[in-house]
Design a protein around this ligand. Structure first.
Ligand SMILES: NC(=O)C1=CN([C@@H]2O[C@H](COP(=O)(O)OP(=O)(O)OC[C@H]3O[C@@H](n4cnc5c(N)ncnc54)[C@H](OP(=O)(O)O)[C@@H]3O)[C@@H](O)[C@H]2O)C=CC1
Ligand SMILES: CC[C@](O)(C(C)=O)C(=O)O
Ligand SMILES: [Mg+2]
Ligand SMILES: [Mg+2]
Length: 330
């Protein structure tokens, strides 16, 4: 059974003697640093030279420093820059300051699990991963609530790594909702699988395939956009709030019947077999090796695919249709 921790399981006082360096001030960095500060934890935000975020962090009332300096000052170093940048920044600016007894933290396990960052044995290594984007983590904290999260301990040199992870999770509001204990391996592999097969890759291809099928059959691209992309939010919101059952209660009976009848023909055995192959590539490290090489080569494949996808007809149609939707932010 997976273990779940709440506020009463975490002792914030163990952070009171410690300084936390939050490296990066993006989606997670800003939210985590502000929540830590408001929970009474001493925080320094570590930023690269000329960082565009320095002014914002200072406006938010946080101390800033170059990354190396923040890492030197801190007892706990939380890596919140993009995953593909972390290994280089770690080697150059964090590792020299990782003295015995310090802690190195992550909100995603890729670099530890796939050996891109190999910390010395005499430090704690753990993860605290909110299950939400940064702005939502911050908003719920200010409202006195919290989002659920994950913790994982990779290396427990001090014997207190789990206590530190729980205290950090409490300081950013996660134990108000509940924190699940996982491992770096489980978090990393399921995260990659979920985003590739379902959340990003799966959904994007499903949308395009539906849109292209309707357009090729002679239907108006605008109508195809509404049916295959725009209305997805309505469905996802219902699923998010009440699961598949709630969604199926709220759509028409015709839609519900069509769901049961046709869904398994679309996501069929072949798709399930392919998902298993994708999972095997993630587990074996094949995907990680490919992605690491891609970054070493300055992301040529990513850039080419990004360019091609942005030119898809559904993106051109959507750009025009969204101008009619006054409720959407620019
Ligand atoms: N985004 C999310 O919702 C979630 C993210 N995570 C994890 O959290 C971590 C952080 O992700 P996220 O917040 O999205 O990251 P962001 O892309 O928002 O991070 C941006 C920050 O990283 C800094 N940065 C970028 N490149 C470098 C570099 N080469 N050297 C130094 N600083 C750099 C930027 O600096 P500058 O300000 O100078 O531009 C900026 O402060 C990742 O491990 C991610 O997997 C986990 C759960 C959810
Ligand atoms: C779904 C995307 C994600 O895995 C996330 C924010 O959890 C990511 O890597 O961005
Ligand atoms: Mg994820
Ligand atoms: Mg991810």
């Amino acid at each position: 059974m997976i273990r779940i921790y709440y506020d009463q399981d975490a002792d914030l006082s163990i952070l009171q003697e410690r300084t936390v360096a939050v490296i990066g001030y993006g989606s997670q960095g800003r939210a985590q640093a502000r929540n830590l500060k408001d929970s009474g934890v001493k925080v320094i935000v570590g930023l690269r030279p000329g960082s565009s975020s320095a002014e914002l962090a200072r406006e938010d009332g946080l101390a800033t420093a170059p990354i190396g300096e923040a890492a030197r000052e801190a007892d706990i170093i939380q890596m919140l820059i993009p995953d593909e940048q972390q290994a280089e920044v770690y080697a150059g600016e964090i590792a020299p300051h990782l003295k015995a007894g310090k802690a190195l933290m992550f909100s995603h396990g890729f670099n530890i699990h796939f050996g891109q960052i190999v910390p010395p044995q005499e430090v704690d290594v753990f993860m605290v991963a909110p299950k939400s984007p940064g702005p939502m983590l911050r908003r719920l904290y200010t409202e006195g609530a919290g989002v659920p999260g994950l913790i994982a301990v990779y290396q427990d040199y001090s014997g207190r790594a789990r206590d530190l992870a729980l205290a950090y999770a409490k300081a950013i509001g996660l134990t108000r909702a509940g924190v699940f204990e996982t491992t770096f391996r489980e978090e990393t592999e399921t995260d990659l699988f979920g985003e590739q097969c379902v959340l990003c890759g799966g959904v994007a291809e499903l949308i395009k395939a539906g849109f292209e099928t309707l357009v090729e059959a002679g239907y108006a691209p605008e109508i195809a956009y509404f049916e295959c992309l725009h209305e997805l939010k309505l469905i996802v919101d219902l699923i998010y709030e009440g699961g598949l059952t709630e969604m199926r209660c709220r759509v028409s009976n015709t839609a519900e019947y069509g769901d049961y009848r046709t869904g398994p023909r679309i996501i069929d055995q072949r798709v399930r077999e392919e998902m298993k192959r994708v999972l095997a590539e993630i587990q074996s490290g094949q995907f990680a090796r490919e992605w690491i090489l891609e970054n070493k080569a300055n992301q040529p494949v990513l850039k080419a695919m990004r360019r091609r996808e942005r030119e898809h007809q559904i993106e051109r149609v959507g750009k025009e249709l969204r101008k009619m939707m006054s409720w959407l932010k620019k």
